[in-house]
Structure formats: C-alpha cells, structure tokens
Ligand binder design. Structure first.
Ligand code: ATP
Length: 366
C-alpha cells in the first residue's frame, strides 16, 4: 500500500512505540485520551504497539527489525513515540537504531517544534502573556552536522584530529525552507524567519542564503526575514512575540528549540513532529526517557498528549488535535499539573483529568 492508498483508508493505522523509562508511562495515557477523542467523532483508528526499547534489546538484541521501515511506509499513517534511553544500555545503541533509524530511513526531514505559552504563569520571562509566545520552529532533520559524516585520525594520540562535516544539500535545504513557507501560507501566519550563520559558515550556510532568497520570491505575501543564530537566541529571550515561523538547520534547530521550549513551560509540555509531508510520520514528546523519575508515576503526560494532537493534524484530524490542545490548556489553567509545572498531581491523575475533559467536551466533532 503506498502513501495515497494509506490516506484513502477510513480507519487510520497508528503505530505505538512507548520505548523506555517515562515513555512507557506517558504513551499509554496519551493513547487513552486520543482514543476518547476519536470515539467522539465518527473516525476510526487501529493502534498497533511495538515493544522496541532497552528491555527487548537486552532480551534478544532487537532494535529496529528488518522490514520495519517498509512496514511503516506501507501499512501505517503515523507513529506515536515515547522515548528511548536506559542506563542499562550505556552505548545507547538501541536508541540510535530505533529513533535515528526511523528518522533517517523514513526521510522525516521536518522536525516541527511548536512553542505555545498555555498560561502566563509558565514562562520564566517577565511580563509576558499567552499571545507573546506562539511560534513554531522547523529544524532540518536529516543532514547538517548530524549527518554522521566525518572521521577521527590518530585517535588517542596527542596529535589526534576529529572531523565532523556539515552536510547541506541543495535539495535538503530547499525542501525544509519551502515547507516553512507553505506552512505559513496555509495558516496565514504572514512571516517566516530563516536563521543560519552564513557570516562564518561561508560555504554551507551561503547555500541557505541563496535558497532562501529564491524560495521567498514565490511567497510575496509573506514577510521573509533573516537573523544569524546568535542574534536569534538573544531575540527569542528579549522579545519572542516577533516570531511566528522559524526555519533553521539541524544543529541550530536542536538548540534553539530547547531554549524555546523553556520559554513556554519546559520539557514536560513540549511536543515534536518528525514529518515527511504526505507520508507516515513520527510524533513524540521532546523529553527523553528521564531515568531519574521513571517508575515514580510523576512524569508529565502533556508533552505526549500534545504530540498526539500533532499526529491528529498530520492525519487530517485537526479538530481532534484542537480538542486535545484545549484539554491541556484547560488543565494547565486549572493547575491540574505534575510537579515539573508546579502542581502535585500524578501522571495518572493529570491524564484522568484530561480524559474527562475530552469525554465531556461539548464541541460537535464530525
Ligand atoms: P535524554 O534526553 O538524552 O533521553 P534524559 O532522559 O536524562 O536524557 P530528559 O528526559 O529529556 O533527559 O529530561 C531531563 C530532565 O527533565 C529529567 O531528568 C526530568 O527530571 C525532567 N523531565 C523530562 N521530562 C519530564 C516529564 N515529562 N515530566 C516531568 N519531568 C520531566
């Protein structure tokens, strides 16, 4: 079944990979809430769970089984992912195989990190309201400094040399920049900002400059702006209200989006999407497996719930996505939160509150 046939199915097929640590705690809760939202509409979804993670790896060596990528492409619309990482696997080999493997092999070139302040009390910035912090960062997700190109020469020697190459392809740069403009156009957001370091990275990021200049011409209604990454970091803190859509490379997007997540309440609330438009894509909370709090029942499930909202948007169910986002917003405002957000509720209690909100919501879903 190719992508368009997958899109034709009435029931969406959603793969679940809870993974390790708190991933195993937050994904089941998010799925319960997602199922309730789907049940309110006349939509249908089939969920299939995969037990890939440290436990399975330690048991039989499985990471990402052969054929898994083809199976996802053929049979699934989306993947809801928890987190991978476990102190019993210090090399993190399973994590690299599973998550980085899926990102690369499914060519999930858009890393989308929406940042939205749900309640003014959650930002560490002074005098900022909900309207001031509402933007999205698109990070190139398949190349750049994370492409894995490079090598070490005379390893362990005092004269050792380590080289990490920054890979920027014309095709890769163009598709992420174009995605940002298309996103802004579809939602009438009016502006796109591209960030690079072309004054210092005069080869790779000069390509970003040229491609940006070309692509922006196709979107005359959108204000196209550029900031060097160091200036962007400063401006995100000084005045985040100036941003709507930010597009940048893999490394800078990684750093800027973690900074941005803190502006809106931190890791527990931040969702992300690893997207290939029109194809099976993977949605996950930004946080990791957090071994220090795993098994204690205190992990914030909201990042995973907001990731499932993004998953809904991806499969064409943005009304369900809106419902899930409204539930999280209401819970934050009612202080029904875990400790990381200043509350005292457990994972289960927060999830139960969200589930009830979704179940009782009056909005007529079609
Ligand atoms: P990695 O990101 O490499 O997997 P990690 O698992 O140690 O590393 P994270 O899980 O990303 O790191 O989080 C860092 C810290 O933030 C955690 O140790 C935990 O204290 C806190 N944290 C992260 N996610 C949550 C959450 N959902 N609820 C509550 N606290 C969280």
């Amino acid at each position: 079944m190719n992508a368009s046939r997958a899109a034709d199915r009435t029931a969406k097929r959603i793969a679940l990979i809870p993974g390790d640590g708190i991933g195993m705690e937050v994904v089941p809760e998010a799925v319960r809430i997602l199922r309730a939202a789907i049940a309110k509409s006349n939509r249908q979804a089939e969920f299939v769970e995969f037990d890939w993670g440290a436990e399975r790896f330690l048991r039989d060596g499985t990471t990402l089984p052969a054929g898994a990528v083809e199976m996802f492409r053929r049979d699934f619309d989306a993947i809801l992912f928890g987190a991978v990482g476990d102190p019993r696997v210090p090399s993190n080999r399973h994590a690299a195989d599973i998550l980085l493997g899926l990102r690369a092999k499914l060519d999930l070139y858009v890393n989308a990190r929406p940042v939205e302040l749900l309640d003014a009390s959650l930002t560490p910035l002074r005098d900022r309201s909900e309207n001031d912090i509402r933007f999205i960062i698109f990070r190139e997700n398949t190349e750049g400094l994370y492409a894995g190109a490079g090598g070490q020469f005379r390893r362990g020697d005092p004269d050792e040399i380590a080289i990490q190459e920054d890979i920027n392809t014309r095709r890769g740069v163009e598709r992420i920049i174009r995605y940002a403009f298309e996103y802004a156009r579809a939602r009438k957001l009016g502006k796109v900002l591209m960030s690079d370091k072309s004054n210092a990275l005069t080869f790779g990021h000069e390509l970003w400059q040229r491609v940006f200049a070309e692509v922006r011409r196709e979107y005359p209604e959108i204000e196209a702006r550029h900031l060097y990454i160091d200036t962007l970091a400063a401006e995100l803190v000084r005045d985040p209200s100036q941003f709507r859509v930010i597009v940048t490379c893999n490394l800078f997007g990684d750093i800027a989006s973690d900074l941005a997540a803190q502006l809106a309440g931190g890791l527990g609330l931040a969702p992300s999407g690893n997207i290939h438009p029109g194809q099976v894509s993977l949605f996950e909370p930004v946080h990791g497996s957090a071994p220090n709090i795993a098994g204690k029942g205190i992990a914030n499930p909201m990042g995973a719930v907001l990731a499932s909202a993004m998953l809904c948007d991806h499969v064409g169910w943005s009304d369900l996505g809106d419902l899930l986002r409204a539930a999280v917003r209401a819970a934050v405002r009612e202080r029904q939160t875990t400790r990381d957000l200043g509350g005292s509720r457990s994972t289960r209690e927060v999830a139960a509150w969200l589930l009830e909100y979704v179940t009782k919501a009056k909005a007529a879903l079609t």
